[in-house]
Write a protein that binds this ligand. Structure first.
Ligand code: NAI
Length: 448
């Protein structure tokens, strides 16, 4: 194995690589679909010669995706998609075992986060792979000269580039993929505003992604993150879930499974009705704020828990977020209502003291708690999400020239194929339609 050179990575500590190797191997055991794709990629090399810049949570599961792309012939660079989600030992193993240039340090500040995005841009990608669209939006802001939208140090670097150099970053990109709901929302807004510069596949929208990753993955790992950070009993407590989308449904069902009384808040009447029929209490956040012991936002929206909600909260309330960005909880508003600086009472628990003496605990600085204080989604669901990423990258490599500057769904045949392989790997057999059933289901003549 070649030693990674010092200038092509920025991680916490290369000496942690051994732990990362073990973690990557452990995750791989639960990723049979991705493994099968990797074996095929090794032979067929569908990504040969393509430079891929990935901006994803740097976890053991992501490492297995990076290996798959690399086996497929891609020249891959990986940067973190969140300052708190990196597993430092995995980052070390990626550099040391797979020689994948990795730029990610758990707890990195904003300047470092964007310095790492810059490294991914400087790779001059043919393909981008985002989780939240930070890489693509940085690329577009640079190309458009909208420096005011960039983090200041990234902006001053971009200002120093010639027009030609700035345009070069975009020139070679044939397309991209996007992992999460928030990223897809941003990309669709770019498409509407006609600023999307290449086709992107919305991996999040594949059924084999959000049915499982957003629901069961976020459900389990968010509870895991809250418990690891606090070790507070959930049974018998009021657990408020803000947002009853894919993630919220999973989180609510897992919190109920732990014995909590689950309260749901929503803005969409259909989702709220669904939560009522699923047996949860549904109310406004203003009401829930008065009685909640735990709060967790999973909406993709801003200020879902705001100043007036903090005013109403009980002493000792525990507040977390598992949505993509750290904007769902208005922490600046809480700061304004508090005396002095928060105390770090346990790792990932900032305790604020309000002027009337209540203690309010914010977990993981309001960043997605399942990655901040736990390990993110279990490998078994990431197997399907990342199978979608790998097959979408292959699809993009083959079809980019036929696609427009739009956000595309993952082709249905990819979705179905992933479900088929997953079931096979789980040893689950299903029925197939008989000829008579096929005929019946496609005809209109047979009624009562
Ligand atoms: P979704 O679109 O299925 O659900 C979001 C729900 O929040 C919708 O039902 C919407 O009506 C509701 N909502 C919006 N504003 C609200 C408000 N002010 N109060 C109450 N409800 C509100 O989205 P999904 O897939 O559940 O994703 C939610 C967030 O979680 C996104 O930011 C996504 O990127 C992120 N995500 C995080 C993961 C993690 O690992 N923690 C994994 C997957 C997604």
């Amino acid at each position: 194995m070649k030693e990674a050179t010092a200038n092509n990575y920025d991680i916490k500590d290369l000496n942690q690589a051994e732990g990362g190797h073990r973690r990557i191997d452990w995750a791989e055991l639960e990723m049979p679909v991705l493994r099968q794709i990797r074996e095929r990629f090794k032979k067929e090399k569908p990504l040969q010669g393509l430079r891929v810049s990935a901006c994803l949570h740097v976890t053991a599961e992501t490492a297995n995706l990076m290996r798959t792309l690399q086996e497929g012939g891609a020249d891959v660079v990986l940067t973190a998609s969140n300052p708190l989600s990196t597993q430092d030992d995995v980052a070390a193993a990626l550099v040391n075992r797979y020689e994948i240039p990795t730029f990610a340090i758990k707890g990195e500040d904003n300047v470092t986060y964007y310095k790492h995005i810059r490294a991914a841009l400087e790779h001059k990608p043919h393909m981008t792979m985002d989780d939240g669209a930070d890489l693509v939006s940085s690329l577009f802001f640079i190309e458009m000269g909208r420096y005011e939208k960039l983090e200041p140090s990234l902006a001053s670097w971009a200002k120093g580039l010639s027009d030609e150099e700035r345009k070069e970053f975009l020139a070679g990109v044939i397309g991209g993929t996007e992992e999460t709901t928030t990223g897809v929302i941003r990309l669709k807004a770019m498409e509407t505003d006609k600023v999307l510069k290449f086709p992107v596949i919305a991996v999040n929208d594949a059924q084999t992604k959000h049915f499982f990753d957003n629901r069961y993955g976020t459900g389990q790992s968010t509870i895991d993150g809250i418990i690891r950070a606090t070790n507070v009993l959930l049974a018998g407590k009021n657990f408020v879930v803000a947002g009853y989308g894919w993630c919220g449904r999973g989180l609510a069902s897992r919190a109920r499974g732990m014995g909590a009384q689950v309260i749901v808040t929503e803005v969409d009447p259909l989702k709220a009705l669904e939560a009522v029929m699923d047996g949860y209490q549904v109310m406004s956040m203003a009401e829930a704020a008065k009685i909640g012991d735990f709060f967790c936002t999973v909406t993709g929206d801003i200020n879902v828990i705001d100043g007036p909600h903090f005013e109403a909260m009980k002493n000792g309330a525990i507040v977390a977020n598992s949505g993509h960005f750290n904007v769902e909880i208005n922490i600046p508003a809480l700061k304004k209502m508090s005396v002095g600086e928060p105390t770090l009472v346990r790792p990932f628990v900032d305790q604020y003291t309000t002027k009337d003496g209540r203690k309010i605990n914010i977990l993981g600085e309001g960043r997605l708690i399942n990655l901040a204080s736990a390990e993110g989604h279990p490998a078994s669901v990431m197997d399907m999400s990342f199978a979608n990423q790998a097959l979408s990258a292959e699809y993009m490599a083959k079809n980019a020239d036929k696609l427009e500057k739009k956000v595309y769904s993952v082709p249905e045949e990819i979705d179905k194929e992933i479900a088929r392989i997953k079931l096979e790997a789980m040893g689950v057999k299903i029925d197939t339609l008989t000829d008579a059933q096929l005929h019946y289901l496609s005809s209109w003549e047979e009624g009562t």
